[in-house]
Design a protein around this ligand. Structure first.
Ligand code: BGC
Length: 493
């Protein structure tokens, strides 16, 4: 909605529509919500992302990538080597599994690969939500829960898929947290993100944690590839399209990976790959340079379980947009009486307002913004007049616009870095950015803001050859493909 918070436009908040759709002025009643307008005006100013801000973010992203490639700890961006040095060719064959742990759910996937002609013959999957208490429990509890999910998935096969004698089922393990890979099938968890605070995993090899849990279950499975979700997405998308060079996740959390030349990674002089290329997991969620932040972002960060970390993620990803909006609205309610005199207790519950609520509110096209009113009443327990609802929508739009545009600037930063290193590799041809994650998939306004920023930064000509493509659930297939490519058994593909 394009209503700027000026006194002239706020005048239109004074009208309500009768059932016949005739606008009648509410002359005598001045909505108390209007006192929140100065807070809105200052929010819009502090969250603004005009072209120079976007340019600064894109340039800083490219510079931080270089610094992170030069030396470990050289910048906020970890620029982690994935050990994925060759991408799927399409020839991969056989039965493989993927296990995906990255947010509030974990998924198990069985993929039958049929080689060049048949490609993906069949997939089946099961999704299990992770009980909240396990996100704060012990490492053993979490991995036992995951491997029991795996066991029940495998049990349902009841002998349908036979593997050669003595052969274990091979898994591509997508683990979507910052991991320092030590090989294609091992890696040390650096820290948890996205609200996870499981004790006893940081500093440990997550594949060993899973293997031990699988042994406790007596499962005949083994991890052949450990991959970040961005890397799985890139591999999965590249299976169908050779022009995929970058993959981005915009969901609960956020991250990006891309195809890098080995000789452009000074910190890894000794490690060579036959292809001369590898995939770098940027862990861009930790980026923080030059972001337009507000008191609400800072307060949310201080109250988080990882203060001072993942600032880009906290500004643009799905886990946090709803919480930022809640904090703004709470201030408007307390200091500006946005919803009348009293503020219900539940309004103060962190993370009670979620990003899907913002999206549902922004999709409300009704004259009286009925859906906005019911979400506010159901979720945070307030009654709102039309004026308050319009202000709420303005707040949502401000935060979502900032997030989408900054994500777009981040993507351009990566493309810029790749292009600067080898002219023509990106901007001289069709280049695909594979994108996945619920925020991108389900939030049309966010998607539009992201695309607008990319077009503004690259100009209309160049941006035509940069294709941002939704690669739904590509990371599961991608992980299975990488398990196939790194199979421990002899294969002909
Ligand atoms: C993690 C990344 C992951 C991203 C998207 C971030 O919190 O640090 O490893 O790729 O979320 O799931």
């Amino acid at each position: 909605m394009a209503v700027a918070a000026t006194s002239s436009t706020i005048g239109s908040f004074y009208h309500s529509r009768s059932q016949r759709g005739i606008t009648r002025p509410r002359m005598a009643v001045r909505s108390s919500a209007l006192s929140a307008v100065p807070i809105l005006t200052s929010l819009q100013k502090n969250c603004a992302t005009p072209l120079p801000v976007l340019r600064h973010v894109a340039d800083a992203m490219a510079a931080d990538m270089r610094a992170g490639l030069a030396v470990d700890g050289g910048s906020d961006l970890k620029m982690i080597l994935s050990y994925v040095n060759s991408l799927p060719t399409g020839n991969e064959k056989g039965l493989f599994y993927a296990l995906d742990l990255g947010g509030t759910n974990f998924r198990v996937l069985r993929v039958q690969l049929g080689g060049k002609d048949q490609r993906v013959v069949d997939t089946e999957f099961e999704q299990v939500s992770i009980p909240q208490k396990l996100m704060f429990g012990t490492s053993e509890e979490l991995f036992d829960f995951i491997s029991s999910g795996l066991a029940s998935f495998a049990k349902k096969e009841s002998g349908k898929f036979q593997l050669a004698h003595g052969r274990k089922r091979e898994i591509g393990f997508t683990f979507s947290f910052p991991v320092k890979q030590t090989s294609i099938d091992s890696g040390i968890l650096i820290k948890w993100t996205k609200g996870f605070a499981v004790s006893g995993t940081a500093g440990k090899d997550v594949v060993a944690c899973l293997n031990e849990a699988m042994e406790r279950q007596g499962l005949d499975m083994q991890v052949s590839a450990l991959v970040n979700d961005t890397v799985g997405t890139l591999a999965g998308a590249r299976y169908w399209d050779d022009d995929v060079m970058v993959a981005v996740i915009l969901g609960t959390g956020t991250n990006a990976c891309y195809v890098e030349r080995m000789d452009a990674i000074p910190k890894l002089r000794s490690h060579m790959s036959a292809s001369g290329r590898t995939i770098i997991n940027t862990e861009w969620g930790a980026f923080s340079n030059g972001l337009p932040l507000t008191e609400f972002d800072r307060d949310m960060d201080v109250a988080s379980i990882n203060p001072g970390e993942q600032i880009f993620e906290k500004t643009i990803s799905g886990m946090y947009l709803g919480e930022i909006v809640r904090r703004v609205l709470l201030k408007m309610a307390e200091a500006g009486a946005l919803f009348g005199e009293s503020v219900p207790e539940k309004f103060s519950t962190p993370f009670i307002l979620r990003t899907p609520h913002l999206c549902a509110m922004q999709l409300d096209n009704s004259d009286d913004l009925e859906a906005v009113g019911s979400i506010l009443s159901d979720v945070v327990g307030v009654r709102s007049d039309l004026c308050a609802r319009k202000i709420v929508l303005e707040v949502c739009d401000t935060i979502v616009k900032r997030g989408g545009r900054l994500a777009g600037a981040g993507i351009v930063g990566i493309l810029q870095k790749m292009e600067q290193d080898s002219k023509g590799i990106i901007f001289g041809k069709r280049t695909v950015v594979a994108m996945d994650g619920g925020l991108y998939e389900n939030y049309p306004q966010y998607r539009r803001y992201l695309q607008d920023a990319v077009t503004e930064l690259l100009g209309s000509e160049i941006s035509k050859s940069v294709i941002i493509e939704h690669s739904k659930d590509g990371s599961g297939i991608g992980a299975a493909l990488l398990a196939a490519a790194n199979s421990n058994y002899a294969h002909e593909f």
